[in-house]
Design a protein around this ligand. Structure first.
Ligand SMILES: [Zn+2]
Length: 267
């Protein structure tokens, strides 16, 4: 938002990288922000279904309700992985509209930036030229950065990763990493002892290169499995702010790739 809007936009994030984006509290200060907002942007694909509808209702601002120009679901602009999978709520916190953790592939960010820029132009047509210039500038730097990341990440191709939650499917698809298991037996439900024991048996002789978790996830499960299998645990920032180095979108991918390469080198 800051990249595309510059000083024309005041941006505020409802979540931090240290919070689970599936569960955010509609605290009064957040409700007040939404009440005054011209635009609400979310990942969509039901990532925020547990809290955003209630927040929008409490804020009572028709400019940012679904269907209005001031409401944007980023996931509409990318090809979603796992959409159309049959859903059985009893099997946990499954996302029926496809995996919503779309920000871990920088090509998705490029598509979302284009859509977000169009939205800003629609809401504030007087400044259309500035939004379009910001987008062109961002896009040029972003595509160059993607080329660099793809070159740097080549050694990761063919790696096998275990992840805590299914938060990394877009990253793995982009970089050619295979997701071999999740620590959560049921998406959204914390890893169970039974499932971890089964994973210990399955990966006793290797079979994975790293175990990935996000800053807001309990480290104990990945460390427990790492100790018993020798597979390297890796903390990755799921979004901007997740680590010190991930201080902006560029730093986010620099840091993700750097941490994965380091884990592989140590293996
Ligand atoms: Zn999820």
């Amino acid at each position: 938002m800051t990249e595309l809007g510059g000083d024309l936009v005041q941006a505020y994030s409802a979540t931090t990288a240290l919070q689970d984006p599936h569960y955010i509290q509609a605290r009064p200060s957040l409700i007040a922000r939404v009440r005054r907002a011209d635009l609400v942007v979310c990942s969509g694909a039901q990532l925020e279904i547990g809290w955003l509808p209630a927040l929008l209702q409490k804020a009572n601002n028709r400019k940012v309700l679904p269907g209005a120009d001031g409401y944007m679901e980023a996931s509409r602009y990318v090809a979603r992985i796992d959409s159309g999978v049959r859903v059985d709520r009893a099997r946990g916190d499954i996302h029926p509209q496809g995996n919503p953790h779309i920000q871990t592939n920088p090509h998705n960010i490029a598509a979302i930036a284009l859509a977000l820029s169009d939205t800003l132009v629609r809401l504030d047509p007087d400044n259309a030229n500035r939004y379009r210039a910001n987008l062109a500038d961002f896009d040029r730097r972003w595509q160059a950065a993607i080329d660099g990341w793809e070159r740097r990440a080549l050694p990761l191709r063919g790696s096998r990763g275990i992840t805590h939650h299914k938060s990394w499917v877009y990253l793995f698809e982009w970089l050619g990493i295979e997701e071999v298991a999740n620590l959560e037996a049921v998406p959204g439900i914390p890893p169970t002892a039974t499932h971890l024991s089964a994973l210990t048996a399955r990966f006793a002789d290797g079979g994975a290169d790293f175990i990935v978790r996000s800053p807001y996830q309990d480290a104990r499960a990945s460390e427990w499995l790492a100790e018993r299998t020798g597979i390297k645990p890796v903390l990755l920032p799921l979004t901007v702010g997740g680590t010190d180095a991930a201080s902006d979108l560029f730093g986010l991918f620099d840091d993700i790739i750097g941490r994965l390469l380091e884990a592989r080198d140590d293996a």
